[in-house]
Ligand binder design. Structure first.
Ligand SMILES: C[S@@+](CC[C@H](N)C(=O)[O-])C[C@H]1O[C@@H](n2cnc3c(N)ncnc32)[C@H](O)[C@@H]1O
Length: 245
């Protein structure tokens, strides 16, 4: 891949690269997927009877869990062919479309949209929020989890990292992890998302700082040194008005 970290991080086919081993992130047996699920399930009451879209659903494990937990409809979109093939193999009954957020279109509107560790691969945040808003019913919510701005650039474990500052609110980072391979992300301050959301008729209801859970520390003891450190953030937005054309 090229050395332009931003281009690598926002390439929608990044997860088709042989340098990423996403085949281990297939569901709740993965401690990191379990961590995301434990955070999102605080809002489980929103799933019942709802129509839910999982943006960048990976292997679609969360789409299946939404359905098992009472969603009336749930589907996922995922730009990586490799991930979609894996999702279809593991969960043949689950609806997954091989689309990026940018290329997806549907007549359906959703009550809840979720993006777990996906907005760090989006190139144009204002455009992405416009799209998300256009897919939401009025009063619907958008729940996104992103790496924390400070944690994303903190040297940790045995990861090799390269960081490229974009501006005072954003940087791109390459992280090489021995278990899941080489990954690129764009890490942003919450204000970047909040500003884009506001322009698309969404209001930030809540920002939840996330720390490694006891379950994560039990499965991956190296997280213990970060037990009091915010490692990710869950942002909860609500659509309060129709988006401007
Ligand atoms: C860190 S993985 C998270 C996958 C899944 N949400 C999970 O928690 O297991 C990021 C995912 O975002 C997807 N992605 C990257 N760019 C995207 C885009 N423009 N639109 C939608 N999804 C994207 C990737 O293919 C990848 O599956």
């Amino acid at each position: 891949m090229s050395s332009d970290l931003f281009a690598c991080a926002t390439d929608p086919r990044q997860y088709d690269s042989n340098e990423i081993n996403w085949g281990i992130e297939t569901g709740l047996e993965s401690p990191l997927r379990r961590f995301l699920f434990d955070c999102l399930k605080r809002y489980k009451m929103k799933w019942k009877g709802a129509s839910i879209l999982d943006v960048g659903c990976g292997t679609a494990w969360l789409v299946e869990l939404f359905l098992e937990n009472g969603a009336a409809h749930a589907e996922g979109i995922e730009p990586s062919k490799k991930n979609v093939l894996l999702a279809k193999k593991l969960r043949p009954k689950v609806l997954v479309r091989n689309k990026s957020l940018e290329s997806f279109s549907t007549k359906r509107k959703f009550d809840l949209i979720v993006a777990a560790m996906v907005m760090c691969h989006i190139a144009n945040v204002p455009k992405a929020f416009k799209k998300i808003s256009s897919l939401m019913n009025e009063g619907a919510e958008f729940h996104m989890i992103v790496p924390d701005y400070e944690f994303g650039k903190t040297p940790r474990f045995d990861h090799k990292m390269r960081i490229k500052k974009i501006n005072g609110n954003e940087y791109a980072v390459e992280t090489i992890r021995h278990f899941s391979g080489k990954m690129f992300d764009v890490i942003r301050k919450t204000a970047v998302y909040e500003e884009a959301a506001a322009k698309s008729g969404l209001v930030l209801l809540e920002e939840v700082p996330l720390h490694p859970t006891q379950a994560l520390i039990r499965s991956m003891p190296r997280y213990k040194e970060f037990r009091n450190t915010v490692n990710a953030r869950l942002l909860r937005f609500k659509k309060i008005r129709a988006e401007k054309k």
